[in-house]
Design a protein around this ligand. Structure first.
Ligand SMILES: Cc1ncc(COP(=O)(O)O)c(C=O)c1O
Length: 365
């Protein structure tokens, strides 16, 4: 299968091999070495010299960890939502009893930093801004540096970097990001099951006052155990081996080359999809380098298109989520991917479109 969804992403053979290693004592020196290596490697991609904790879990758990450790029930937060995952971040805050003011945009648009600033001016009691870096449901990337300038240190800044960190430049410390979250299953080319969360000194200060309940996700326990080269619970050892290998491959390619490859693949995908009659879902500026979302050409049955690619070409792409189901397709180009895997998708699309309601005479870029 040519898996071209925006995560989980295919794992390189070296990563799969690493995950098949024998188990080790998670309270012993070999594990301490593995944990230090993965934590240190991830910190480079987060752009942080502060704390970073690893938990068994998925990205959503990391978002919940950020909310539970930083706030108390009744605290007012601004949830910036540009799609399905922004909505999820807002829902987590609501589930913990926070007062949530939501700033939502039309699907396909990015958040306006000036609007974030205005909302903070109007609501001086807001204690935190929750925002998605790369919105996987719409293929749009928010400008976190600009949003951070708009926040201007007035509140905590919590960033969902689940589909961005490792593929897009990220500078948690330089941008003043207090909590950043990512998962193992996208840019780090590893199986799902590990989440990483960075915690700034300001987030630590907030956590001392925060009373939201937490146990599994408690940063204090995570810090105590990390100081001994351990994790509080049994770690996902196999996935940590995978991430260590993924990090090694990424380091060998070089950080700037990894970012440039994602940028190039995204541009290429937009060109090829446009030539096939798709309309890229974006405001024309904040395109995602991780996943491209596109409106279907007129007459095309989106569900039939996705299932025909899977059945006839062994290619798996994503459709739209929730209200976008059947209206868009999404092609992931994150992690272990080069042009040939994408070319196979465009060729299959060209062959399939006329069979699912598209016009026959489509040009190929
Ligand atoms: C931007 C973003 N946030 C959050 C999530 C949720 O992560 P998980 O499914 O690992 O809990 C995803 C998953 O695709 C995502 O893309």
């Amino acid at each position: 299968m040519n898996l071209r969804i925006p995560g989980p992403t295919p794992c390189p053979p070296e990563v799969l091999l690493a995950s098949s290693r024998q188990m080790i004592d998670h309270r012993g020196p070999e594990f301490a070495e593995l944990l230090a290596s993965v934590t240190g490697g991830l910190k480079r991609w987060f752009g942080t010299a502060h704390d970073l904790f690893i938990f068994p879990g998925s990205g959503t758990g990391g978002l919940e960890a950020g909310v539970a450790n930083c706030f108390s029930p009744g605290d007012h937060v601004l949830a910036v939502s540009i799609g399905v995952f922004g909505e999820r971040f807002a829902s987590i805050a609501q589930a913990f009893g926070l007062k949530v003011t939501k700033y939502a945009v039309e699907f396909g648009e990015a958040a306006q930093p000036a609007r974030v600033a205005a909302l903070l001016d109007e609501n001086p009691d807001i204690k935190g801004v929750l925002v998605t870096h790369n919105e996987t449901s719409t293929g749009v990337t928010n400008d976190i540096a600009a949003i951070s300038r708009a926040v201007a240190g007035r509140t905590l800044l919590l960033v969902d970097g689940v589909s961005s960190i490792g593929a897009l430049p990220f500078q948690a410390d330089a941008w003043g990001v207090d909590i950043a979250v990512t998962g193992s299953q996208k840019a780090f080319m590893s199986p799902p099951g590990v989440v990483a969360v960075s915690v700034s000194p300001r987030a630590w200060a907030a956590s001392e006052r925060a009373t939201c309940p937490r146990f599994y996700w408690d940063f204090i326990k995570a810090r105590q155990y990390l100081a001994q080269g351990q994790t509080f619970t049994t770690p996902a050892i196999s996935i940590l081996y995978s991430i260590q290998e993924g990090l090694a491959l990424m380091a060998a390619e070089g950080m700037e080359s990894v970012f440039a490859r994602h940028r190039d693949l995204a541009r290429y995908t937009r060109e090829r999809l446009t030539a096939l009659g798709f309309r890229i879902m974006s405001d024309g500026i904040h395109f995602s380098d991780v996943v491209t979302a596109a409106w279907l050409p007129a007459g095309v049955d989106g569900k039939a298109l996705v299932s025909s690619l899977r059945r006839d070409h062994a290619i798996v792409i994503s459709g739209g989520q929730q209200s976008l189901a059947g209206k868009i397709i999404r092609i992931g180009h994150v992690g272990w991917v080069q042009r040939p895997e994408l070319d196979a998708v465009f060729e299959a699309l060209q062959a399939t479109l006329p069979k699912v309601g598209g016009r026959t005479a489509v040009a190929v870029g």
